[in-house]
Design a protein around this ligand. Structure first.
Ligand code: GUN
Length: 166
């Protein structure tokens, strides 16, 4: 299947960071705010999971959340994850099926890191899963402009400009 067929088949919707997604799991039980770190403002479900599809023509822009995010590769071509630690250390990870070339099928982005993703091949896509615990809430989602993020990490201005939408 191509990207459009997968988007239609699973009824994926545009994500504000770029790419297409659908939530596939949200645990029924909740963790009370008082049992979460101070970063969380309110109760959260134990865990959530989404399908996420990213195409070559538009990256997933740098954003951050309050919890670790586990990425699982399903199908498509190599996805390059870019991450910036809170201290400003930049690194990349290749997520895919070419294990002998250093790609891995599962990776966990640490909480509070800014991260972005792109598909390296032209006219291609990757279809992955993203799981977080505590569960996802857009209250925890920070999607800065390139100007805001460059101000925080001036040495990374070039890569930030490449991987933000405005
Ligand atoms: N639910 C809605 N958006 C997201 C996201 O970016 N990541 C995860 N894990 N769940 C989501």
């Amino acid at each position: 299947m191509n990207a459009k067929e997968i988007i239609d088949f699973f009824d994926l919707k545009a994500h504000p960071e770029g790419g297409f997604y659908k939530e596939t799991y949200r645990s029924k039980e909740i963790i009370l705010s008082e049992n979460l770190s101070h970063h969380f403002n309110g109760n959260r479900n134990y865990c959530t999971s989404i399908y996420f599809l990213l195409t070559s023509d538009k990256c997933s822009a740098f954003h951050k959340i309050n919890q670790d995010e586990i990425w699982h590769f399903y199908t498509g071509t190599t996805l390059k994850l870019h991450q910036i630690s809170p201290e400003g250390e930049y690194s990349t990870i290749l997520i895919g099926n070419n294990f002998l070339k250093g790609e891995i099928p599962q990776y966990t982005v640490p909480a509070h890191y800014y991260f972005a993703a792109e598909i390296l091949a032209k006219d291609s896509f990757a279809f992955v899963g993203c799981t977080v615990s505590p569960g996802f809430d857009f209250k925890d989602f920070v999607l800065p402009s390139s100007a805001e993020l460059s101000k925080k990490f001036p040495k990374l201005t070039q890569i930030i400009a490449q991987l933000t939408h405005h």
